[in-house]
Design a protein around this ligand. Structure first.
Ligand SMILES: [Zn+2]
Length: 463
């Protein structure tokens, strides 16, 4: 194979390298794969040590024959505290980013002409910022194209339907779904005409009408939002015929799976991706989510960060090998997983995982004409987008009482603002709620899982 330049001159993975190496990896034998992975790891560790003052401190004295387990585990809070030292470009600062994201129009545009900015609340409840360099974007696109389809035949059919891609996510806010889509449209002509964002903040009848007009070949998004639309399809108001139904960003429950399959006549495909990691795992035709181990290292561990060989793990450590601006190396991810290495009939040799993460609830309010379902993301996004909110939880009780737990410098004034935006969001869906500030601070539940949006009704006696 002709050699592709690895980087584009800015220390980022080049588009050519990503698009060549993602398919090439699948054809390597096991020893070639191992050597390739080692090189990928070496490259990011060396780069981090040379360009990030934080990693220079952490890796002082480290030479090139390190074992992955020699490197210290990193956590969100520790990295966030030294954000300006963590990133590998000295012109990037948290202050600069905060200023940048004040303007919603910057969503999907490159910060400093180089980086996409995403803001998350994350599974531990405290907000964070992740940047992607262009190399990370190339890697994500290559993984989507090479591993996002169950078979080549489906990919060809998708191409014949002009790659019409609909994603149901939130437009306000610097989130992965909207940012990548808006950016993709600005640089790629197929995406400009072929992909469309369906904003969960729009009223349901409008979403249905727009989707009918667009007629996507691939339908993707948060499963909670897609399930609401699947019910519209079952009711005969929505009539789309996607080749692929892809669920991402949230836990896909068995109930949602059944509803999506009943509505669209296809088993939904599950993609494990997060803002920090990009695409961690892609599903094969046997329904197994195989780790993209050429670009991501997944180390399953127990609560004390001791390695777990296979089976259930309390959390895992993430190392991304395609994003050079903000390296995540042995970074703690608190999703519980079940890790498999027993092989799979599909022929992919990488381990596969089941994820027990993201379990926010769809909230069931009483509206004028009966029950109204509000997907958790509507609340999650508006509150995550308020810089004053350090952490939050929303719990729905009976009689449309919505309890807000908020951590902020000024809790009362932050609550007033939060109440106004949540009220406005609910009103668009014909819901009026009694929103009140809770004295309880946001925190994890008994199992240690931080759930942002919860239906407290289900644990209370029903009338
Ligand atoms: Zn498989």
């Amino acid at each position: 194979m002709k050699k592709a330049p690895i980087t584009n001159g800015d220390g980022e993975i080049s588009a050519l390298y990503a698009s060549k190496m993602v398919p090439a990896y699948a054809k390597m034998d096991e020893s070639e794969k191992a050597a390739y992975r080692r090189n990928q790891l070496l490259r990011i560790v060396r780069y981090a040590k040379a360009h990030s003052p934080l990693y220079a401190d952490l890796y002082a004295g480290l030479d090139d024959d390190f074992k992955l387990s020699d490197l210290p585990v990193t956590t969100k809070n520790e990295l966030k505290e030294r954000f300006d030292d963590w990133v590998t470009d000295r012109s990037v600062t948290m202050d600069g980013i905060m200023e940048y994201i004040k303007d919603q129009n910057n969503n999907g545009k490159l910060f400093l002409g180089k980086y996409l900015v995403f803001r998350t609340s994350g599974s531990t409840g405290s907000p964070a910022v992740t940047l992607y360099d262009r190399g990370m974007i190339h890697v994500s696109n290559a993984l989507d194209w090479e591993r996002g389809f169950p078979t080549l035949q489906v990919r060809n059919q998708y191409f014949r339907r002009r790659c019409k891609f609909a994603t149901v996510c939130a437009n306000p806010g610097f989130n992965l779904g909207s940012g990548m889509l808006i950016y993709g449209k600005s640089v790629n002509i197929i995406k400009r005409f072929g992909s469309k964002l369906f904003d969960i903040f729009d009223p349901l009848p409008e979403l249905v009408a727009e989707l009918n007009r667009f007629s996507p070949a691939m339908f993707s998004g948060y499963p909670s939002a897609m399930t609401v639309l699947a019910k519209e399809q079952l009711a005969g108001r929505l009539h789309i015929s996607p080749l692929l139904v892809v669920s991402c960003g949230e836990y896909l429950s068995d109930d949602s799976k059944k509803t999506l399959e009943a509505a669209f006549g296809r088993r939904p495909i599950n993609a494990y991706l997060s803002t920090e990691s990009g695409s961690v795992a892609s599903e094969c035709p046997f329904g197994h989510m195989h780790v993209n181990d050429d670009w991501v290292v997944m180390e399953p561990v127990d609560r004390e960060n001791r390695p777990v060989a296979t089976g259930r793990a309390d959390k895992w450590l993430l190392t991304t090998m395609g994003n050079f601006i903000q390296p995540y190396i042995r970074y703690e991810v608190t999703d519980r997983i079940v890790y498999h290495d027993e092989g799979c009939p599909c022929g992919r040799t990488s381990p596969w995982v089941e994820v027990e993460g993201r379990t926010d609830d769809t909230l069931r309010f009483r509206g004028k004409d009966g029950e109204v379902e509000i997907i958790p993301w509507l609340i999650y996004i508006v509150l995550t987008n308020m810089p004053e909110v350090r952490s939050f939880q929303a719990l729905l009780h009976d009689e449309n009482r919505l309890e807000l737990r908020i951590a902020a410098d000024d809790r009362v004034s932050t609550f007033e603002k939060a109440k106004a935006v949540v009220d406005e969001t609910l009103a668009k869906h014909g819901v009026r709620a009694h929103i009140y500030l809770s004295d309880t601070p946001p925190g994890p539940d008994k199992s240690g899982k931080f759930i942002h949006v919860r239906n407290a009704l289900k644990s209370e006696p029903q009338p």
